[in-house]
Design a protein around this ligand. Structure first.
Ligand code: ZN
Length: 168
């Protein structure tokens, strides 16, 4: 089997999942199936568990999500998410949208999420995949997000749209 087969998103075997290296200790990781998982979905666990607590998220078909990171980088990815997510999740507040209208909230959030990632990628000058971000990229994301608000990102998007629609 080629590496391409192993990392194909539609690939749904073997039982043990693609070979993955624990970012904490370098040992192999094993795929814990959904039935045995406390999360209700499969995940990768360090072979040395419980001596090592290295884990990594998996898609339902056992394909790894992003790339494994050590404990420090995992914590930074979480902080980056905590800094980034409110920028699109809180966007409906800008419109005074009634929280009881889930359809409008969903549409606004979807658009805000797309804008927020476009804004971030322009800031970073590279794709913003948190699932594979290293510590340095996480710090840049946290820094960029600390200076932004849902409002500033909407203003950025409107300015860009105006620029695109300009006659010259
Ligand atoms: Zn380990």
């Amino acid at each position: 089997m080629s590496a391409h087969d192993v990392y194909d998103r539609d690939y749904d075997g073997p039982e043990s999942g693609p070979e993955l290296e624990c970012a904490d200790c370098g040992s192999a990781m094993e795929l814990v199936p959904a039935e045995e998982s406390q999360y209700g979905r499969p995940f990768f666990r360090c072979w040395r568990f419980p001596d090592c607590y290295g884990t990594h998220a998996a898609h339902p078909n056992g394909y790894p999500v992003g790339t494994p990171a050590d404990a420090r980088t995992r914590a930074l990815r979480k902080r980056a998410h905590d800094a980034l997510d409110p920028l699109w999740r809180d966007a409906p507040l800008l419109y005074g949208v009634d929280a009881l209208d889930p359809k409008k909230v969903r549409i606004i959030r979807g658009r805000a999420r797309r804008r927020t990632y476009e804004w971030l990628e322009e800031r970073l000058g590279q794709p913003a995949h948190l699932g594979s971000a290293d510590a340095a990229l996480c710090r840049r994301i946290i820094f960029a997000c600390s200076r932004a608000t849902p409002e500033s990102i909407r203003a950025w998007a409107h300015a860009r749209e105006a620029e695109r629609n300009a006659p010259f």
